[in-house]
Design a protein around this ligand. Sequence first.
Ligand code: TC6
Length: 693
Amino acid sequence: MAQQEPVTSTVEDGIAVIRIANPPVNALSAAVRGGLAREAGAAAANPAVRAVVVTAEGRTFIAGADITEFGKPPVPPTLPEAIAALEDLSKPVVAAINGAALGGGLEVALGCHARVAAPSARLGLPEVKLGILPGAGGTQRLPRLIGAVPALKLMTAGDPVSAAEAKTLGILDEVAEDVVAAARALALRLADGARPTPASAAANTGDREAFEAAAAAMAKKGAENPSIAACIDAVRAAFDKPFEEGMAIERAHFLRLRDDPRSKALRHAFFAERAAARIPGLPKGTQPRPVARAAVIGGGTMGGGIAMSFANAGIPVTLIETSEENLQRGLERVAGNYATSVKRGSLTEEARAKRMGLIEGRVGLEAAAGADVVVEAVFEEMGLKKEIFGKLQEIAKPGAVLATNTSYLDVDEIAASTSRPGDVLGMHFFSPANVMKLLEVVRGAKTAPDALATAVEVGRKLAKVPVVSGVCHGFIGNRMLARRTSQAERLLIEGALPEEVDAALNAFGFRMGPFAMGDLAGLDIGWRIRQATGKKAPVADALVEAGRLGQKTKRGYYDYSGDGRTGTPDPEVRALIERVSAEQGVTRRSIPQQEILERLLYPMINEGARILEEGIAARAGDIDTVWLNGYGWPAGTGGPMFYADGVGLPGIVARLRDFAGSSGDDTLAPAALLVRLAEEGGSFAALDEKAAA
Ligand code: TC6
């Protein structure tokens, strides 16, 4: 079947309206770029055309370059060429921005001679989030149009702004409900007057010193993030060089960054996150159940954070506790969190009042009766959870989704305590729940398809990144984390120190290593779980037994007696670790950083492979999405499974065999799937592609 032409134009009353229709988001594919250049040429050649309007169909104006084309052989025209075809027209060209104008989409608009946007439109240059920089003139036109400092801020933050903000910044000429009508009117006015100055020739770059100060303030970020450094360099050229030279500098940065492994990893993360939203095995036409109201059982830190997530999304929520006293404590914590946000300037007083108004506190489970989704967030105790779900079967209204926020307990066992297991599933939020993006949605053996679809949809409404997991101890994230935790403990016993282990992960890109993280979370959490499950971790147990619970007691793996938050290595801990090594009959040795890294990461990758072969996760990309959004895995390496492909699976298999052999720990032996992929020359990415086809 012939592909429908994605760019068309009609001429009416002297105006050519060029329309882009390339669903789902009007990305700038080769056909769109070619269509824009062709229609620009047609408008130039048609004497009946006095002015041009560029607009698009659907909710988006243009979401940017077609990211799926990166890494494939280039097809002309390039985007800068297509934009030049519009900008170079001697007739005025007005962008009618009907929805999001992102990346190359905003660059198309900047190549037009004027811009009108719908009030709901959002405009931004998110390229840094993909490890690149605006590569179609954004770094040259935007500074010339609105000033180098605001332009640099916009492109280095990567977050879009509203139409109203864009108008204030000077990106837009008008904001109007009927963008095409407003753009037509503006285009005619421009056709009657002098030719407007294109952004490439505008002279608003502004004060050089202010720019250098802004650039200096970003120097640290620039050192960590090559995209930011490139943005600074390219925008500087807007002061120093003619437009064409600036364009060449931008292009060189763009091509270099696009082909860098870091950008490939970030693009993988983008698509993996979107693929995770597709739930495999749902019957066709499964619709989520309507959700107008939520209830959260348990007003602790977690429950309060979950209630805030609902309120932040505009969903009324009942926070339920067992006593008036606990309820007040929970509500006060929530109120305190919001007050802090107002103080920091990240929340307006009006929004705070609205959100608090959506949270109703109640004592007693009966208050869950009106909710369409109930999230239980009480202690990790199976007996307690079963009791609550047993009661909920009577209290919750028919069709309500009954979710547990357990982080490792058996969701099927919880479901079995009700007469409606089809409504039961896990919604595993990450702490702090109002901030962290990840939501593991745990699909029980009896979870109804529409209950599952509801939980995923609710997750999206809460601005979370939902990933579906099957039932197993710890689900996707914590099950893999457990492998890292036990290796971290082993490394201490064999000869490493906490600061060496943490440093290896910091060097890899994690903000926090396992021990700094443990101290922050509280070492008693893991200790309690080990007590309940009969597991041992000699070093961690000894620390807890010595009253070293982490930051909250000012002592854990590190000493926090300074400011309470900065840990320093503690000779007492070293002595304690050396004592445990001696007790275990281990002769301590110095362990190189690379070995530490491999010991921490490869067993996690191995567990990820088992999670895949058991069908707990549907895709390797889902595992990456979990780690990128819930555990601070460094984005530039794409997540554990993507990283494993890059390292090479045969090498990982060989190392795991070494580890298993030298430790006698069978859990370190490579998973069958990992071995098979390594032997076949396969990869996790190829496995996902095959599954998607
Ligand atoms: C750039 O512009 C560089 C220019 C220089 C060139 C020289 N390409 O997010 P959703 C797909 S870099 C290809 O679920 P939403 C997406 O994969 C780019 N595909 O929808 C999904 O496909 P699926 C700078 C894309 O309504 C479908 O569209 N731009 C692209 O929640 C729906 O997406 C950006 O970084 C793309 N550019 O959000 C913007 N974008 O259904 C990236 C989306 O097969 N995009 N898809 O899974 C977004 O931020 C969001 O998609 C959105 C819409 C806000 C546009």
